[in-house]
Design a protein around this ligand. Structure first.
Ligand code: FRU
Length: 499
């Protein structure tokens, strides 16, 4: 390139760079995001001594994927998070390669089964993660901490589980009291296969069994977990195997689950006539549950990564940060006519009542007298004569994120095609759809809206849709409309963060 051409090239590039770095106010207020840089999967979620730990896939050097290390945040209430320095960094190997710290979990080794801790010390934390050497190997390794995850030592005989494979990852370990042993669930992603291993000391692992090659196989399998989940209204429970994999809509990512039994060796899935998805939105992936929760939590709690690998690298959150995490969700199972189904409830709630109304009949459109981009909304409607009802949020003159219920098809949808910035990636503009039958003629919704994240829970957590949206006008209008007849708004309440 000639000198003058180069000059103009740099001028134009810096101008484009400048316009891109104008901050768009997309930073969520009550969902955890790292202060800067790229994040993906939650890792090592564990409770210890009044602190909930969220480790996560983190690039300390930029806001695209790379140099994967474990970032770290802690919370005392599952709502307010404090970012701590990164916990487990990528490291150099003697042969010049690097080992990245891929996804994994953490446990509290209160009985010192690993022998890493001093006699009688009950607060030792052990991280079990995939040690990844780009293009060469993936194996499982461990590290331990005596100061509540602030500093770590890697085990000097890593890896602890190596099949000599390039794709073998995402260990999730639980304590299984009946055998006084640790059980690891881990996947061979390209074979759509989960494997279960057992260990007495977190160092030596023995294969127990495998489960896979069924359900959704449209995408590789990642980030498995095996969790004992209570059945609502009973004293019973079932084991649920979750894996991150494909979406109901082709070529997107989502999570699926299998409900069944685990006898300490084998996971057996109940007969399933359909594939079960955890979240029907496009942006819920790689969720894993907390370990070591105190007894006061009677249900498991999980957090997921809000993003979809299809476009994750390009979401327009600005130059500093990219990616975020869902609110913690409590898990239970519900008996339905089709079998047991997963139910999810946000564990947190916004407390400041900003607006509420009861028993309002809507004919055509109701402009809710509240504007905002950070809110926790609950409503119950009875469609009565209406054929469809919509709830429009993040609304301005020509933009809205549209939640729609079609009474005839019983379909609930979340339409982000006119939500704001959608053209940054050809696959982003989308409509999420799920069948949600009315209950006694009613539909209840709980909507957590947080600048650019929407988590929508329908019929008391029976269905969930999670999506990114990027409104450009930031006017935050909310309108409810009815088509074809009256809809009765039994109640609507909106809570916000205290100012
Ligand atoms: C899932 C995943 C995991 C892997 C990690 C790497 O999103 O691909 O399988 O451990 O991300 O960052």
């Amino acid at each position: 390139m000639k000198k003058t051409a180069l000059f103009w090239f740099f001028i134009i590039r810096s101008l484009i760079g400048f316009s891109q770095s104008v901050p768009q106010d997309y930073r969520p207020q009550f969902h955890y995001t790292a202060p800067k840089n790229w994040v993906n999967d939650p890792n090592g979620m564990v409770y210890l001594d009044g602190e909930y730990h969220l480790f996560y896939q983190y690039n300390p050097f930029g806001n695209v994927w790379g140099h994967m290390s474990w970032g770290h945040a802690v919370s005392k209430d599952l709502q307010h998070w404090e970012t701590l320095p990164p916990a487990l960094p990528e490291f150099d190997n003697p042969d010049g390669t690097q080992t990245m710290i891929f996804s994994g979990c953490a446990v509290i080794d209160s009985m010192n089964t690993s022998g890493f801790f001093e006699k009688g010390f009950t607060k030792g934390m052990v991280a079990i993660f995939t040690s990844h050497i780009e293009g060469k190997a993936q194996h499982q390794s461990i590290a331990y901490s005596i100061d509540k995850g602030r500093t770590w030592k890697r085990y000097d005989k890593n890896p602890v589980l190596d099949l000599g494979m390039k794709d073998f990852r995402d260990p999730s370990v639980i304590w299984y009291p009946e055998k006084q042993a640790w059980i690891m669930t881990v996947v061979k992603p390209l074979e759509y296969m989960a494997q279960f291993y057992e260990s007495k000391d977190l160092k030596k692992w023995t294969l127990l069994s495998e489960f896979g090659k069924q359900g959704d196989m449209t995408k590789i399998w990642e980030c498995p977990s095996l969790t004992k989940i209570p059945i609502e209204g009973t004293k019973e429970f079932k084991w649920v195997l979750m894996v991150s994999s494909g979406h109901r809509q082709k070529n997107y990512l989502a999570m699926q689950y299998f409900v069944g039994d685990f006898d300490g060796k084998t996971f057996t899935s109940q007969k399933q006539n359909e594939i079960l998805y955890v979240d029907e939105g496009k942006d819920f992936y790689a969720a894993i549950p907390f370990n070591n929760l105190p007894k006061s939590h009677t249900k498991p709690i999980m957090i997921g990564w809000i993003n979809d690998w299809e476009y994750a690298r390009e979401i327009p959150t600005g130059d500093t940060w990219r990616g975020g995490f869902s609110v913690p969700r409590e898990l239970s199972l519900k008996k339905t006519a089709n079998g047991l189904r997963l139910v999810q409830h946000p564990v947190m709630a916004l407390k400041k009542l900003a607006f509420s109304v009861k028993n309002k009949v809507i004919n055509k459109a109701y402009e809710v007298p509240f504007k905002g981009e950070v809110f926790d909304l609950a409503l119950e409607i009875q469609p009565q004569q209406a054929k469809a009802v919509t709830l429009n949020i993040f609304q301005s003159k020509d933009e809205a994120t549209v939640i729609r219920y079609d009474v005839f098809t019983q379909e609930l949808s979340l339409d982000r095609t006119h939500s704001g910035q959608v053209n940054f990636h050809p696959r982003f503009s989308s409509i999420e759809r799920v069948k949600v039958p009315l209950k006694d003629g009613k539909l209840s919704l709980r909507l957590l809206a947080d600048k650019s994240i929407v988590e929508l829970f329908a019929q008391d957590g029976e269905q969930v849709l999670t999506d990114w949206v990027f409104p450009t006008k930031h006017e935050g209008g909310i309108t409810i409309t009815s088509e074809g007849g009256n809809v009765k708004l039994n109640n609507l309440s909106i809570h916000t963060l205290p100012q």
